[in-house]
Design a protein around this ligand. Structure first.
Ligand SMILES: [Zn+2]
Length: 417
């Protein structure tokens, strides 16, 4: 990343007490800052950066649409050659070479030395990192990369490629390939139609972009399920990014407490909204019971929101979600052994979802690994970041499970009693 120089970072005992919540993270604290300085901290390394980026670059970029060419660059030695209509190119970094030929290409890069050559219609390319080489030729390619040295060559229609990691080489040729990778040195060569390859840990901003693409809005009778599910997946990330970004605001403890409540509120929303479609589908054949169950769950959630936003410790925060968890467990058991319905494939995904969420909460409480080696995990790899990654994975499992159920519901009819 083309990191800029930030202010002098401070040590644990020099931060205000309301920011001293992990005594095993010794350094890398941002000084008390204005809102503008908080925003600037997106671009230099400190001990909250991982917590911001594991929930991604949420909605901090707003691009408006229009005619003619909009090119915004920030950096040295940019070479941009374009030929076509309505090209939007936003770059931030050094030495990006962008050659395009076609209509309506959207290219956003942030980093050093990105080479992007496109030829075709409606290519959307978002990169963040160093030395990405992307050559596309075709229609409607969506490519999102985040990492170092990704080489991607596509030729065909409607390829969606999302990578996050180092040195991914991806060559595709065909129609409608969806490839999501996260990791180092993945080599993926596909040739054919409709191949789906998913690897772990998709960064957040994909939720924003990818989720609406994968939700079958038009195929479901109850559109509210899709809306509620989308809001559920998005909400924890919004609160979390704001909390971590502005926690050292000059407003002090008052601002901090409100941000923390917002962060917890986001987690409450995914717990609440995420479960409503599961309850609805499990009790599909019992309309009366279903409405009662939805009402009870919403009341439990309201109590959970109150507990979570007023809790003073991590243990109490995790415990605020206990009743909702117990309710969901009962629901899953009713599907397994009782008369609840739903896709046979989704239950395993929902169990994994809850297991990951609980595990993440426990890791956050026990403060491992930084407890074992204080100071070693200040900026990267501490328990809170591990929890973030687990929460993101948990949401992905919620999403996959809900997609299974939505697919299943299309061909299901309740038996006549
Ligand atoms: Zn967090």
């Amino acid at each position: 990343m083309g990191a800029c120089h930030g202010p002098r970072l401070v040590e644990f005992h020099k931060t205000p007490t309301h920011l001293q919540f992990n005594k095993y993270v010794l350094t890398g604290y941002r000084p008390i800052s204005s809102a503008q300085e908080c925003l600037r901290s997106l671009f230099y390394v400190h001990n909250e950066l991982g917590n911001i980026y594991t929930h991604g670059e949420s909605s901090s970029h707003i691009y408006t649409h229009g005619e003619s060419s909009h090119i915004y660059t920030h950096g040295e030695s940019s070479h941009i050659y374009k030929h076509g209509e309505s090209s939007h190119i936003y770059k931030h970094g050094e030495s990006s070479h962008i050659y395009k030929h076609g209509e309506s290409s959207h290219i956003y890069t942030h980093g050093e030395s990105s080479h992007i050559y496109t030829h075709g219609e409606s290519s959307h390319i978002y990169t963040h990192g160093e030395s990405s080489h992307i050559y596309t030729h075709g229609e409607s390619s969506h490519i999102y990369t985040h990492g170092e040295s990704s080489h991607i060559y596509t030729h065909g229609e409607s390829s969606h490629i999302y990578t996050h990691g180092e040195s991914s080489h991806i060559y595709t040729h065909g129609e409608s390939s969806h490839i999501y990778t996260n990791g180092e040195s993945s080599h993926i060569y596909t040739h054919g139609e409709s191949s789906h390859i998913y690897k772990h840990g998709i960064p957040f901003f994909l939720f924003l972009v990818l989720l609406p693409l994968s939700i079958p809005w038009g195929e479901v009778d109850s559109v509210w399920i899709c809306v509620v599910h989308y809001l559920a997946c998005l909400s924890p990330t919004v609160g979390s990014v704001l909390y971590h970004l502005f926690m050292n605001h000059v407003g002090g403890e008052g601002v901090y407490d409100n941000l923390l409540s917002l962060d917890m509120f986001g987690v409450c929303l995914v717990n609440t909204l995420g479960a409503l479609p599961i309850i609805h589908i499990t009790l599909l054949c019992y309309p009366g019971v279903r409405q009662l169950a939805l009402l009870i769950y919403i009341l439990l959630s309201a109590y959970g929101i109150y507990c979570a936003t007023t809790a003073r410790t991590n243990v109490l925060r995790l415990r605020a979600f206990a009743w909702q968890g117990v309710f969901r467990l009962g629901l899953f058991l009713f599907r397994m052994f009782g008369r609840g319905v739903g896709s046979p494939r989704s239950l395993r995904l929902f169990f994994t979802m809850d297991a990951l969420a609980v595990l993440g909460g426990v890791v956050n409480i026990v403060q491992v690994p930084e407890r074992l080696s204080p100071g070693l995990f200040d900026n990267w790899g501490n328990s809170h970041q591990i929890m973030h990654v687990m929460v993101v994975c948990s949401i992905i499992y919620l999403h996959w499970g809900t997609l299974e159920d939505l697919d299943w519901i299309k061909s299901f009819e309740c038996p006549l009693e």
